[in-house]
Ligand binder design. Structure first.
Ligand SMILES: NC(=O)c1ccc[n+]([C@@H]2O[C@H](COP(=O)([O-])OP(=O)(O)OC[C@H]3O[C@@H](n4cnc5c(N)ncnc54)[C@H](O)[C@@H]3O)[C@@H](O)[C@H]2O)c1
Length: 274
């Protein structure tokens, strides 16, 4: 039995997931990789990806939906927008890491409600989403304070003002809040850096309940998420400190492990907490 997956995105997370799945081959098999960079210049589908001895074919979307029970998105919010509707529409399931894409109401409804494929959301770099989900309808507000080293916040699409503010923290050596506002604005300005904000909004059932603060801290070696949930059902706090993925300082190493844990759950491997 077990399930076959195709990795959509073969960067830091995709490669770590592939490595970790080697010890779960009876439950989850990697059947291919769909990656923009790997496909560039590829002649047909002759290209392969992965370490020697465990290489898998580089495939296009059509082949991916034929091969996979689940397509594992660990690429970018843009990849979710481009490929998500086609995957779900083809009746293939999808596990999504780039949750920021789901701030878009129309895309969210296409992926989560229309089917026939099923869209699963990865817990990614945080925990406690089961509790937030269980509290949906009773939550009055969520505050997310994310503290990262400046290098983990810099990306090519940043506005000049944000780039200057983040870079300045390296020069002064002092932490600085570089963003405060809604999930939608956080995701617009930091598309690949603040998926946890969208995760909290999705779990709470309302993105507008979440207030996001991002701090660039030149003294930080870990990424810290301080999460405070207030509501009529109770008040909850989580403090999560993640080591970065060695291949990408913007990504926490926990994210790949969360995806593997989710895939094992989909393959029927317990214990299941629901
Ligand atoms: N949910 C979470 O907590 C969480 C945490 C970290 C990262 N993420 C998401 O995971 C994504 C991947 O993280 P990473 O560290 O592996 O990034 P990475 O930059 O190391 O790798 C991304 C890979 O995806 C490929 N890619 C990007 N856009 C694509 C597209 N449209 N079609 C096909 N391939 C595409 C790139 O070629 C690259 O190989 C991030 O962009 C972020 O959105 C989510």
């Amino acid at each position: 039995m077990g399930i076959d997956v195709v990795l959509l995105g073969y960067g830091a997370i995709g490669q770590a997931v592939h490595r970790m799945l080697a010890s779960h081959a009876d439950d989850v098999r990697v059947a291919g990789v769909l990656d923009r960079a790997a496909l560039e210049g590829a002649a047909g589908e002759a290209r392969v990806a992965g370490p020697a001895g465990r290489q898998v074919p580089v495939v296009n979307l059509g082949t991916a939906t034929e091969l996979a029970d689940v397509i594992v998105e660990c690429a970018s919010p843009a990849a979710v927008r481009t490929h998500g509707p086609g995957i779900i529409g083809a009746g293939t399931d999808m596990l999504v890491a780039s949750l920021g894409a789901l701030v878009d109401d129309r895309l969210r409804s296409t992926l989560l409600e229309r089917g026939p494929g099923c869209c699963h959301l990865s817990t990614g770099a945080i925990g406690g989403l089961d509790l937030v989900r269980a509290s949906a309808g009773t939550i009055e507000g969520i505050r997310l304070g994310t503290r990262k080293p400046p290098a983990a916040l810099l990306h090519p699409g940043l506005t000049a003002a944000l780039r200057a503010a983040i870079s300045q923290t390296d020069a002064t050596g002092r932490p600085r809040q570089v963003f405060g506002g809604s999930v939608a604005d956080a995701v617009r300005l930091f598309p690949s850096n603040i998926n946890v904000a969208a995760a909290l909004g999705l779990a709470a059932g309302d993105m507008d309940l979440v207030h996001v603060e991002i701090i660039a801290d030149p003294g930080a070696t870990l990424t810290r998420h301080a999460i405070e949930v207030r509501g009529s059902g109770g008040n909850y706090g989580f403090s999560i400190e993640n080591f970065p993925d060695p291949a990408n300082p913007a990504t926490s190493a926990l994210t790949a492990r969360s995806m593997v844990s989710g895939l094992l759950r989909l393959a029927g491997r317990g214990p299941h907490f629901i």
